[in-house]
Design a protein around this ligand. Structure first.
Ligand code: TTP
Ligand code: MG
Length: 369
């Protein structure tokens, strides 16, 4: 008989592929293995526009990272191999990995192109979790030639934090009784929900490391940061009780418009994006659905097309949040001298809007991502 005591903790695995787009490129071109590979815009001998999408760990040693201007990457490492993302191969690889992962648990949730959560409470305990994680790593490596890192912890957010602490090809466990000791010395932006930009708001109020957050009460964090503060307090105290909800990657809703004439007035472009977004947001709302990923498509004269997405940690429930994300995604293009032909908006990672039965975290959905 299995007895479950009040101190029984969940075990969640968070799996994330290592330098995913670059790894896919290396599988297609084994001669790239061990070399600096940079995926992103064309560097054009240092004069290219656009950014780095991701880079192999060898390239990261030169300081190259996602989001960096490609011209800077070129300066840091002109002899790297520069490639465009091969979306067909990337999507295929993602599906193969997700199909393999899905077999390891009956509760699986994909949360991005290269990451997923598995509820493992029924299948292991903290003493054999590492052995199971190694099996999963080996299985994926053998079947796809791709490397994953696995974070393990009692909640989704702690498992996700763990993954990033031991990359690449790492397995990291945050044991329930070691949360504070493991997190204390880390920067506040280790917490999902505190981003590269928003961390400065925390710094200004004296919260630099996670230990500074541990010193604060829930009500103090609420006073300082509103709902986001409450969420952070719950995360660091292991109280994020979100379930693992399967959603279907291919489910999405989108709309696009071609302008009657190619245009360059970004006020008009922004307005059109907002209209498209509000119309599909309304449609989803009427169907009782929420979403976590927002994508922007933009096509310039000459058919050059870009897709940019952002996935939120929480379902997006307010139009204001969505508009803010889209405006942010659009920023990358406003300096582009070419005229715009078409814009599109896609909402994906759809989930039913939680009804009567809400768990603790559902109440803090709005405004947080
Ligand atoms: P990440 O998992 O954030 O990054 P990664 O897999 O390249 O590297 P890591 O080993 O640190 O996990 O993102 C997964 C893929 O998503 C990444 O390979 C490229 C793509 N991506 C973007 O398109 N835009 C972005 O801003 C980022 C960060 C990633
Ligand atoms: Mg990854």
């Amino acid at each position: 008989m299995i007895s479950v005591s009040s101190t029984h903790h969940r075990i969640i695995f968070h799996v994330d592929l290592d330098c995913f787009f670059a790894a896919v490129e290396i599988v297609q071109h084994p001669e790239y293995r061990g070399k600096p590979v940079v995926v992103g815009a064309d560097p054009k001998q240092g004069y290219g526009r656009g950014v780095v999408t991701t880079a192999s760990y060898e390239a990261r040693k030169f300081g190259i990272h996602s989001g960096q201007p490609i011209s800077q990457a070129w300066k840091a490492c002109p002899h790297a191999i520069y490639v465009y993302p091969n979306f067909t191969a990337i999507e295929q690889a993602s599906h193969r990995v997700m199909d393999l992962l899905r077999k390891h648990s009956n509760a699986f949730q994909q949360t991005g192109i290269d990451e997923a959560y598995l509820e493992m409470t029924e299948f292991c305990d903290y003493s054999n979790a590492k052995t199971i994680a190694i099996k999963i790593q080996d299985d994926i490596q053998a079947q796809t030639d791709l490397s994953v890192s696995i974070g393990i912890g009692p909640t989704k957010s702690l498992a996700k934090i763990a993954t990033d602490l031991h990359k690449p090809h790492g397995i990291m466990i945050i044991f329930p009784d070691q949360i504070e000791s493991i997190l204390s010395e880390l920067d506040v932006n280790t917490i999902p929900g505190i981003g590269k930009k928003s961390k400065y708001v925390f710094y200004e109020k004296g919260y630099k490391k996670v230990k500074d957050l541990f010193r604060a009460s829930a009500s103090q964090l609420y006073k300082d940061f509103g709902n986001c503060g409450k969420w952070i307090w719950m995360v660091i105290h292991g109280l994020d009780d979100r379930d693992i909800i399967e959603w279907h990657d291919r489910k999405s809703i989108s709309e696009e418009r071609t302008f009657a004439e190619d245009i360059q007035d970004y006020a008009v472009i922004k307005g059109k994006i907002k209209d498209l977004y509000q119309s599909i947001h309304k449609e989803l709302k009427e169907k009782g659905q929420i979403y976590r990923t927002i994508s922007l498509k933009i096509r310039f004269q000459g058919f050059e097309t870009f897709l940019r997405s952002r996935t939120a940690e929480f379902p997006i429930d307010s139009v204001e949040t969505g508009i803010e994300i889209l405006n942010d995604l659009l920023q990358e293009f406003v300096q582009n001298p070419k005229k715009v032909r078409l814009v599109g908006v896609k909402l994906s990672q759809l989930e039913p809007r939680p009804k009567r039965k809400q768990n603790k975290m559902d109440r803090y959905y709005s405004g947080m991502y």
